[in-house]
Design a protein around this ligand. Structure first.
Ligand code: ATP
Length: 368
């Protein structure tokens, strides 16, 4: 059964190159109007998956449905899909208006309607009146918006975006992240966005699929991915995290007591099956989840986990200032609140570091 309200539904998609599966049994379901990101490291199969959605690559098995219609045998130019690439490929000898008109001409849209759609889409992307400019006369961010306008004017069901911010400098990328999110909401078009940048995925998306070695580890909202990672890979790939290896020495109500290599005992929430006394595990705790020098083991009614660590470096980075500490062989980064206390923690000083075990997932160690 194909889900009626889904703009895109993929079932059990596989694409192999030789013996290796670039896309390995992927299923997904994207409701209309969603900003959906596929996040993963280089080589995990993102582009291959996107190219199959666009029709440039054929699946070895599995199905692709767009608004309920099977697309496997539909050629790229007949799919209700457009794609924005990292290198925008605007036609340099055409004006902005001509660039946007190109797809409309191919669809044989009459000239009067073309003009009105071009003006209206330029208005929507915040570039009114720039139809007669050449792409070279625009800033990087403006060119980005023209590339989007050129696709959105065709009213695709899906807009596929292949790392479109990758070629921009850092400051513009930060700005365009927010712009893209606003534009997607204002057009209401379903976006499928691939990136290896977790911050882009977190800021812009309604849902994120974290991809690794051709498969999805987790599909969830940015908040859920960040706070409740389903796998150790998601815990370390999404946001900053500290990883503390150890062995389980107790388990009560889903909270594991973990004895670290230096003998200290800490606690965290056991995630997934296979965790019992004696299991080798990794406990993850985020830099901002730790509180230092807490007087009591209780905080906001929660029994905290406590660890002694020694300051090795203070790292001033404005709002992201951190302490680098060590506990045994382990390095632990602690985010400092902006209350001027960073300077008080000098190298060599010992600290008690506490966290709520519910915010520290524990995973059974798997072979690397
Ligand atoms: P990046 O972020 O670096 O673009 P990606 O996640 O998009 O990476 P893909 O380009 O989909 O990854 O590649 C997935 C795997 O498939 C890689 O191991 C890649 O080498 C392989 N691959 C991709 N295209 C081909 C091809 N045409 N022939 C052989 N192998 C390929």
């Amino acid at each position: 059964m194909v889900t009626e309200s889904a703009d895109l539904e993929c079932r059990d998609l596989v694409r192999r190159f030789g013996d290796a599966a670039a896309v390995d049994h992927i299923s997904l379901n994207i409701p209309a109007g969603q900003f959906f990101s596929i996040l993963g490291p280089s080589g995990c199969g993102k582009t291959t998956l996107l190219r199959m959605l666009a029709g440039f690559e054929k699946p070895d098995s599995g199905d692709i449905h767009i608004r309920g219609e099977r697309m496997n045998d539909v050629p790229p130019n007949r799919r209700p899909v457009n794609m924005v690439f990292q290198h925008l490929a605007l036609f340099p000898t055409m004006t902005v208006g001509e660039n946007i008109a190109y797809g409309l001409q191919r669809q044989r849209v009459p000239p009067a309607e073309r003009r009105s759609r071009i003006n209206s889409v330029l208005e929507q992307v915040g570039l009114p009146g720039l139809a007669d400019r050449n792409p070279q006369q625009l800033s990087g961010g403006q060119r980005q918006r023209v590339a989007l306008a050129r696709c959105l004017v065709l009213k695709p069901t899906l807009l596929l975006l292949d790392e479109p911010l990758g070629a921009l400098d850092l400051k513009l990328r930060e700005h365009m992240k927010v712009e893209l999110k606003h534009l997607q909401k204002s057009f209401g078009t379903t976006f499928v966005y691939i990136t290896h940048d977790q911050s882009e995925a977190l800021v812009m998306s309604d849902q994120v699929a974290v991809m690794r070695q051709g498969r999805f580890d987790q599909v969830a909202s940015p908040e859920e991915l960040y706070h409740s990672p389903a796998t150790p890979f998601v815990a370390s790939f999404v946001g900053d995290n500290n990883r503390l290896p150890g062995r389980v020495t107790g388990l009560t109500d889903g909270i594991a007591e973990v004895t670290l290599e230096d003998g200290q005992k800490v606690r965290g929430r056991a995630v997934g099956p296979g965790i019992s006394a004696g299991t080798s595990v990794d406990l993850f705790v985020r830099p901002e989840s730790m509180v230092i020098d807490l007087q009591s083991d209780q905080d906001n009614g929660r029994q905290m986990s406590r660890l002694t660590a020694r300051v090795t470096t203070t790292l001033f980075d404005g709002a992201n200032s951190r302490l680098e500490t060590s506990a045994g062989n382990q390095t632990l980064y602690i985010r400092m609140p902006q209350d001027g206390r960073l300077a008080a923690h000098t190298t060599g000083v010992s600290l008690d570091v506490c966290w709520d075990p519910e915010r520290a997932p524990v995973f059974a160690r798997t072979a690397p």
